[in-house]
Design a protein around this ligand. Structure first.
Ligand code: AHG
Ligand code: MN
Ligand code: MN
Length: 324
């Protein structure tokens, strides 16, 4: 089938029973993603040194890169034209209130994988859409993972693409040459079993015993207790590792470790882990902090970190058995 005949996201939404204001937020994000993708492709060609630090830090202490800030501005501008109540961003200290009457809030990592901006590796934008129980609370209280009505992430790699769930399975779109996001021919389900793990192995000496034991058994391969060989990947961009896991299965681990500041891992609950966990559960996988499901973790502060392990259900359950 020629790509030009694949369903666009607009026509996908046309027949989807979903919150109309939510659809307009997601379509606005699609426009922002196209802009961010085009900017990222200009790294080294524009006057803006997109991969350079701005000299400022975000609330989580990360060195902000030019593209972090530009991506956040692009997303915020796109959302301003929608019925959104509040916007929670990795790059902003506090919530941005768009409307006291808005029933929806959006959390966003405008540019995930910032350390990869000038290494030409896949980076992306992560988002969660939350529906509140009444007007006037958007932005006044932190959104809870179980209030999500949709979540997804854009990946800016060889293909600019979107993986999204509006609460009923996960669908994927690719940006076509005509500038439209068209649905990919992919029934998305994470295989329950896998022989591939993703972790930043340079932190091994800092890991807690359950993770140490699990990874040692993977690395021992066919000669060890698991009696099978494993492969390893680590992209340094959550969106890139996640996309691969949705595509062919696998497990991703960013656990807590003994380094100062990493007592709760490195990834943030509200604008990274909630979205991935929503998608993973919709695709038949599991997402946990090692003790509870990510979606059950109550939010305490906007930039709080959480340990995050997710992916192929049977393998995650095997990993979690090490925690017990
Ligand atoms: P961000 O660029 O939004 O701060 O996210 C980076 C995250 C995530 O994308 C990736 O999995 C992880 O940081 C990589 O961490 P290490 O550099 O410690 O491996
Ligand atoms: Mn990120
Ligand atoms: Mn980021």
């Amino acid at each position: 089938m020629r790509s030009g005949t694949r369903q666009t996201i607009n026509s996908y939404f046309g027949s989807l029973a979903f919150d109309e204001d939510g659809k307009s937020v997601i379509l606005a994000l699609c426009g922002a993603a196209i802009e961010i993708s085009a900017l990222a492709a200009q790294t080294g060609l524009t006057t803006e040194a997109l991969g350079d630090t701005t000299g400022a830090q975000n609330s989580d202490g990360d060195q902000q890169k030019q593209l972090d800030v530009l991506a956040d501005e692009i997303v915020s501008r796109a959302l301003g034209a929608t019925a959104l109540g509040a916007y929670f961003s990795e790059e902003r200290d506090d919530a941005v209130i768009f409307s006291q009457k808005g029933m929806l809030s959006l959390s966003c990592d405008p540019l995930d994988g910032s350390s990869n901006i000038d290494t030409n590796l896949t980076i992306g934008t992560i988002f969660s859409l939350f529906r509140h129980s009444e007007a006037g609370i958007a932005g006044k209280q932190l959104p809870h993972g179980r209030e999500q009505i949709a979540a997804g992430f854009f990946a800016y790699g060889p293909q600019t693409s979107l993986l999204i769930s509006c609460g009923d399975s996960v669908v994927a779109f690719g940006l076509d040459q005509d500038g439209l996001f068209r649905q990919l021919d992919w029934q998305i389900a994470i295989p329950a079993q896998t022989a591939e793990f993703a972790i930043n192995a340079s932190n091994a000496r800092h890991w807690m015993p359950p993770v140490k034991r699990y990874i040692e058994q993977c690395v021992a391969g066919i000669d060890g207790a698991r009696k099978k060989n494993f492969n390893m990947r680590w992209a340094g961009s959550l969106v890139a590792d996640a996309w691969r896991i949705f595509r062919r299965g696998g497990v991703f681990l960013y656990p807590e470790d003994s380094r100062s500041g990493y007592e709760h891992g490195r990834l943030r609950l509200i604008y990274e882990a909630y979205a991935i966990a929503f998608l993973v559960e919709q695709a038949g996988g599991l997402a946990s902090d090692g003790r509870q499901m990510i979606l059950d973790i109550a939010p305490e502060q906007l930039h709080q970190r959480t340990p995050l392990v997710f992916g192929s259900k049977d393998e995650i359950n095997h990993l979690l058995s090490n925690y017990r």
